[in-house]
Design a protein around this ligand. Structure first.
Ligand SMILES: NC(=O)c1ccc[n+]([C@@H]2O[C@H](COP(=O)([O-])OP(=O)(O)OC[C@H]3O[C@@H](n4cnc5c(N)ncnc54)[C@H](O)[C@@H]3O)[C@@H](O)[C@H]2O)c1
Length: 453
């Protein structure tokens, strides 16, 4: 069953069951939004008695399935997870697990008491690039890992979408926790140890009213005089799709996609000018991020949302956004590995870059939405080779479906998933410590957690 039929609940892991029905089927869904319930019911062929207005109503029922996918928003993970465990379900839980350490630990303890599995959706461990990097480390090709540099480079338009106009614009759910608990998880996994000390700095956002260009209206669609020069123009982002097409134009694989996106970006304004049979108006890309703006998938519906909702607001004038524009984190792991991490909002495209330096070799690469690469150097022979990185056709650099398959394996065999709740707590603790440090707390020491046996 799925709890939360939003973007992730509807469009991520569960879609595997449509392609491979032998793996199982969804029997129930909970969401207070009737429109979302209806679209979910249609895609996953659910009868009306499988639709629930919320997790309370769902978990009051006798057990209906083997597992629950908890895909509610960031502030609503703990309660449904604990109820699901008590009702006897295994849980696939979206990140972040919880917003403080005590709640993370409650989840681990509830799983233990219920004797159920909780896997947390740290998709990047399963992505082609990071899985290949970990194989290199495990093979000994780099010798002992000495230091790691990792950057989460969030594209300017992605930052404006998710962390200025979007759900996560308020630092009550810190950006570092929300976005980069994944990165903290990757670092502890690549380092092969738990973090012992953490420090961090952050820089406030530039997207504030004080920096708004003169004469910018409240909504970009109202005819902003700066539209042509503003990277955050909502009309260009959601109606013209300019930043997404620019991002796609940089894609090297699958072959043809990059040049195709480049051509479309050039041709789209001309089509729109000529209104060739309404073709440009019809070209709306109803997936993330455009799908987040409105459930009314018509050009008129989109324009209405750009006129009336925060998705259409001048990015400088959203007003209640306070996520930082950049944050750095330094970590010393208890095996001596040192790591540097940067989360930043001004990238030309969304991608992670990584470098691992070892006593015998080094490896470096990039993970992008579809294509990625990884090089490995041997310090004895001086040879540099490129690892084969498949093109990713599912989300998150190829990580989504392997993660879900791993969870299904864990449920079926009663063994541990790759990222259990107890593993995930450690990544969350690094993020909590970094927030404390960035708030003026200096270097934070992290004592080992003891969950008992
Ligand atoms: N693993 C990843 O890489 C990854 C990527 C993106 C998002 N996420 C996480 O996934 C989660 C969901 O994100 P999203 O973009 O799908 O959010 P969303 O807002 O689109 O969906 C959340 C849904 O939960 C529903 N909901 C609210 N109260 C509920 C209740 N009582 N019972 C049942 N449903 C309820 C909402 O109506 C909404 O449809 C977030 O925590 C986000 O951080 C993870």
């Amino acid at each position: 069953m799925v709890v939360g039929a939003g973007d992730r609940g509807y469009d991520a892991y569960a879609t595997l069951l449509l392609d491979e029905p032998d793996l199982g089927r969804i029997v129930a869904v909970a969401d207070p939004d009737p429109g979302r319930l209806a679209r979910f019911a249609e895609r996953y062929s659910l009868a009306p008695d499988g639709l629930y207005p919320g997790w309370d109503e769902l978990f009051e029922q006798p057990r209906l399935a083997d597992y629950a996918i908890i895909a509610t928003g960031d502030t609503h993970h703990v309660e449904p997870t604990i109820l699901a465990l008590r009702a006897g379900y295994h849980v696939l839980l979206e990140k972040p697990m919880a917003l403080d350490e005590a709640d993370c630990i409650r989840i681990v303890e509830a799983a233990r008491e219920a004797d159920r599995t909780v896997a947390v959706c740290h998709v990047y461990r399963y992505s082609h690039v990071f899985a290949a990097l970990q194989r290199q480390i495990a093979s000994g090709a780099l010798g002992d890992v000495v230091s790691i540099q990792l950057s989460e480079n969030v594209a300017y338009w992605h930052y404006a979408h998710s962390y200025v106009r979007g759900h996560t614009r308020n630092s009550r759910v810190p950006w570092l926790l929300q976005k980069s608990c994944h990165d903290m998880d990757l670092l502890q996994w690549l380092a092969g140890a738990r973090a012992a000390q953490v420090s961090s700095f952050l820089r406030p956002t530039e997207l504030t009213e004080a920096n708004a260009p003169d004469g910018a209206p409240e909504y970009c669609i109202e005819g902003c005089p700066h539209a042509e020069r503003c990277p955050y123009d909502a009309v260009a982002t959601y109606r013209e799709l300019t930043p997404m097409l620019s991002d796609l134009a940089m894609t090297e694989r699958p072959l043809g996609l990059g040049p195709g996106a480049k051509a479309l970006k050039t041709v789209l304004p001309k089509l729109r000018e000529a209104d060739v049979a309404g073709s440009a108006r019809r070209l709306q890309w109803w997936r993330w991020p455009v799908a987040a703006v409105t459930d009314d998938h018509t050009p008129e519906g989109l324009d209405h949302a750009l006129r009336t909702t925060r998705w259409g607001r001048c990015a400088y004038r959203v007003e209640d956004n306070d996520q930082p524009s950049a944050q750095t984190v330094q970590i010393r792991f208890d095996n001596g590995v040192l790591a540097n991490f940067t989360l930043q909002s001004n990238s030309h495209r969304t991608m992670r870059s990584v470098r691992v330096n070892g006593t015998r070799g080094s490896a470096w690469g990039e993970l992008r939405a579809l294509d990625g690469w990884l090089k490995v150097a041997d310090h004895v022979s001086g040879k540099v080779r490129s690892e084969r990185i498949p093109t990713a056709y599912d989300g998150h650099g190829g990580g989504e479906m392997p993660l879900f398959r791993d969870f299904l394996r864990a449920v079926r065999t009663g063994t541990k998933p790759m990222v259990s709740a107890a593993d995930s707590v450690e990544s969350h603790r690094i993020a909590f410590a970094a927030m404390e440090s960035a708030a003026g707390g200096g270097v934070i020491d992290l004592a080992p957690l003891d969950f008992g046996s």
